[in-house]
Design a protein around this ligand. Structure first.
Ligand code: AKG
Ligand code: FE2
Length: 320
């Protein structure tokens, strides 16, 4: 029977397949530490990234100790959605659990988002063949140096890192990635002021996917008898897909930032955050690995079920 225009309108013969917003590259980044190979950026993305930053950065330094550069957006519009899909699909993610002891009481912390990390601190670098060598001497790093197995940046993040270095004039050796599955995933107020980053660290922070509020507040200032009680100094940036915020100077030493939980329509969508940072010493590599990879199972995006699915456990590498 012939289908009329009305039938076509109301009942498509096959539900439309979800459009893939990128054409995967056949080349991959591989490393003994990766649970599966990670495809290179599609060439359409690398070509379009030639036009990044898509806008000039705006300096935000009108509050005490604050030094930001806000690119709204940095990633060109045409590839924002595709790059989000690509990274969500192709990176390994973790849901890290760890214990903290406060006042002699141990409690388990469930990190309220998916995380992953690539990079090694400035005392080491990866040689062409993927082995770790001493940054100064070029000699092979002894196997016991790190408690974890550092992972090199895959080409897809290395490319974005190099671009970010060129834009900002800063240098980075780490990419930390957060995936907030929905509005219930979050990061609580903190500052990225660890000693292993050195003084006045620069951190470039990318957003892809759902819009989320990025809240900043000045760290408490010890009250002095002469000064009047100051209003808390705060700031809200609503980060959209493709945006980048460079935090630098005295920002980390004096400000806290967070992505609070949110209810509402857009918050059913996922959001990816990538931060590029520079760790100076071994402790930075171990800290980032512990809190962003941990020792639980690896998750990968399942395009059919449209959620992160547990793919394997522990450090045992998976075949793709
Ligand atoms: O998701 C964000 O925009 C912020 C992430 C963050 O602050 C962090 O990973 O340290
Ligand atoms: Fe942070």
């Amino acid at each position: 029977m012939k289908r009329g225009a009305i039938d076509f309108f109301f009942a498509p013969a096959n539900p439309p397949a979800k459009k893939t917003r990128y054409e995967p590259s056949t080349q991959t980044s591989t490393h003994a530490s990766y649970p599966f190979p990670i495809p290179h950026l599609p060439t359409t993305f690398t070509e379009t990234l030639g036009f990044a930053p898509a806008t000039d950065g705006k300096e935000i330094n009108n509050k005490p100790d604050l030094d930001l550069v806000y690119y709204q957006p940095y990633i060109p519009t045409e590839i924002q959605a595709g790059l989000f899909d690509f990274l969500r699909q192709e990176l390994p993610f973790y849901r890290v659990q760890y214990n903290i002891t406060r006042g002699g009481v141990q409690t388990q912390v469930n990190t309220p988002r998916f995380t992953t990390v690539f990079g090694v601190d400035a005392t080491s670098r990866f040689a062409e063949d993927g082995t770790l060598v001493d940054a100064k001497t070029g000699r092979k790093v002894e196997s016991g140096k790190y408690k974890c197995t550092p992972r090199p940046l895959p080409q897809c993040l290395e490319y974005l890192c190099l671009l970010t270095e060129a834009t900002t004039g800063e240098s980075f050796n780490f990419a930390l990635v957060n995936y907030y599955a929905d509005g219930q995933d979050s990061i609580s107020y903190h500052s990225d002021d660890e000693k292993f980053l050195g003084p006045n660290p620069a951190i470039a922070s990318f957003s892809l996917g759902a819009k989320r509020d990025f809240l900043m507040k000045h760290k408490p200032i010890a009250p002095s008898s002469s000064a009047p009680i100051a209003e808390p100094v705060q700031l809200k940036l609503t980060l959209g897909s493709g945006d980048m915020v460079l935090m630098r100077g005295k920002t980390q030493a004096n400000w806290l930032h967070s992505i609070p939980k949110r209810a509402g329509v857009d918050t059913r969508m996922g959001r990816i955050n990538i931060t590029f940072r520079k760790a100076m010493i071994k402790g930075g590599t171990e800290n980032y690995h512990q809190y962003n990879v941990g020792n639980g199972g690896v998750y990968r995006w399942d395009a059919t079920q449209r959620k992160m699915m547990l793919r394997g456990h522990g450090d045992s590498p998976l075949e793709d």
